[in-house]
Design a protein around this ligand. Structure first.
Ligand code: SF4
Length: 315
């Protein structure tokens, strides 16, 4: 059965075998991050909506989960911000009520956690993975390019309130960009905010494959290690680097099939991730994960053109 809201399961670096649940239309997000792997935000919004029929989403989930597939997580993610969907709470309750053996994860930019209703809706998730890339408004605007009026201090306050209310795990991701949030001042402000939020783990990330803006470059492993040391001396939470980590495509004939399809396509015709998603009818996040891995393994090359980032198979 072809799914509209589910993708994968994919092998996730952080979560293992993960079934993706995409709850928002393509690129609806309150942020327009310069490093976004699914390109520019076309709908820069904070208004929550019932984007789809909730019955349609629950029906897809039931059809998939009734076969009791092996999964490490069911993960709300996609090419937009999942908390924008007003039905999120109902969907969380449905999964936890009917499939209590499955663990639930939420990938979020954390912007809407200011809203007590949003925080309440996700309390049943086992793990929440928010992002925090800056603690100064200037760096926040440069990196995350939020909808006008969004304030990083309110976002940090929302995350801290969530920490107090939520019993599950919080793994906070910090995306590092040389020249913007890697100065001692910015890192010290981030450390202060992170100690206020008190996540269970801090994960440092950098570019693994081209982002939305060409000027964003990957950070060297040495620079990341220095920043990790800087944080380790100041943070109460443990910190790790997740960038540049090659993950094994274990147990994943699905990834192997997809790699085969990508090989056949990209050796004939350079394509963007969006082209591949449309051509192969596979969710953009699923394609993105495998492209990132192939790029790290130097199996594909990358060229930026006016229409987007094109990938080719290296012969
Ligand atoms: S990285 Fe996430 S939060 Fe940022 S623009 Fe892309 S989808 Fe939105």
């Amino acid at each position: 059965m072809k799914h509209k809201h589910l993708f994968g399961p994919v092998m996730s670096r952080r979560l293992g075998i993960s079934l993706g649940v995409d709850l928002v239309p393509y690129k609806y997000c309150p942020l327009n991050c310069v490093y976004c792997e699914v390109q520019r935000t076309t709908h820069l919004v904070t208004k929550r909506e019932n984007f789809f029929s909730v019955d349609e989403i629950l029906c897809e989930l039931d059809g998939f989960l009734d076969d009791k597939p092996h999964l490490d997580y069911i993960t709300f993610s996609g090419a937009g911000e999942p908390t924008l969907n007003l039905d999120l709470g109902q969907i969380v309750k449905h999964i936890k009520g009917n499939y209590p053996d499955y663990k639930l994860a939420l990938l979020t930019n954390g912007i809407l956690f200011e809203d007590p209703g949003v925080r309440k809706e996700v309390l049943l998730c086992d793990i929440v993975l928010p992002s925090l890339d800056a603690a100064s408004q200037m760096a926040f605007e440069k990196i995350n390019r939020p909808q006008a009026g969004l304030n990083v201090d309110s976002m940090i306050a929302g995350l801290e309130l969530f920490r107090r209310e939520y019993q599950g795990k919080i793994w906070l991701e910090v995306f590092l960009i040389a020249g913007i949030n890697d100065s001692e001042t910015e890192l010290a402000a981030l450390a202060k905010a992170i100690n206020f939020i008190k996540p269970d783990l801090v994960q440092l990330n950098s570019l693994d494959r081209p982002g939305t803006e060409e000027w964003v470059k990957p950070m060297s492993l040495n620079a990341l290690k220095q920043i990790k040391r800087f944080f380790a001396e100041r943070l109460a939470s443990p910190v790790e680097i997740i960038s540049k980590v090659k993950y094994p495509c274990v147990d994943s004939h699905l990834d192997e099939e997809l790699i085969h399809l990508l090989h056949n396509t990209l050796k004939r015709r350079p394509s963007t991730a969006e082209d591949l998603s449309a051509m192969l009818d596979i969710h953009i996040n699923e394609i993105s994960k495998v492209l990132r891995q192939l790029h790290l393994e130097k199996k594909i090359s990358v060229k930026r053109e006016p229409r987007g980032v094109f990938y080719s198979w290296i012969h």
